[in-house]
Design a protein around this ligand. Structure first.
Ligand code: HEC
Length: 144
């Protein structure tokens, strides 16, 4: 019984999303096996990538095919009101602004993209510090 309680505890610590923790490699839906860089692991606490079917336990939408996708359109995810309205595609420029701490991350980006200074996003991630990390994440997303 003690052991059972301990393993339930561990599963909770590992995060609501990936019960087994964040993997070091994933298989893309195109069948390619990719090593997961540390930078994208920061996204994977909330976002799923790879072949595991998405479930609503993930805080954020599935990121397979997110590169080039119209904003706010992953079926089954309950977006915040401002992202749901969308109006842009996730190209290099939009993604860079969305995940760069230096430009204010998603919090500032949603206001710029929507043209509404009061717009908000449910993505509470402050952004990545270095340009190299941002580029690494975007290059990874392009392969998914
Ligand atoms: C703390 C959890 C969390 C982290 C960490 C996080 N995100 Fe998000 N992300 C979200 C949530 C929640 C949303 C939905 C926001 C909304 O609906 O306003 C989102 C939305 C997005 C979207 C929009 C997708 C769409 O379908 O329009 C992209 C792109 C994105 N995140 C990329 C990233 C990347 C890349 C990283 C890592 C650098 C990252 N996120 C880190 C929670 C997170």
């Amino acid at each position: 019984m003690k052991r059972l309680i301990a393993s339930i505890g561990l599963a909770l610590v590992a995060g609501s999303a990936l019960a087994g923790g964040i993997p070091d490699s994933i298989t893309t839906t195109k069948g390619e096996t990719l090593t997961v860089p540390e930078s994208i692991k920061k996204c994977m606490t909330c976002h799923l990538v790879g072949t595991t079917p998405w479930k609503p336990v993930f805080a954020g939408p599935q990121l397979n095919g997110a590169f080039g996708r119209p904003a706010g359109t992953f079926e089954g995810f309950s977006y915040g009101d401002d992202l749901k309205k969308g109006g842009w595609n996730w190209d290099e420029a939009h993604l860079t602004q969305w995940i760069s701490k230096t430009t204010g991350g998603a919090k500032k980006a949603i206001q710029t993209f929507s043209g509404n200074p009061l717009a908000k996003t449910k993505m509470s991630f402050p952004g990545l510090n270095s340009e190299a990390e941002v580029q690494e994440v975007i290059n990874f997303l392009k392969k998914l």
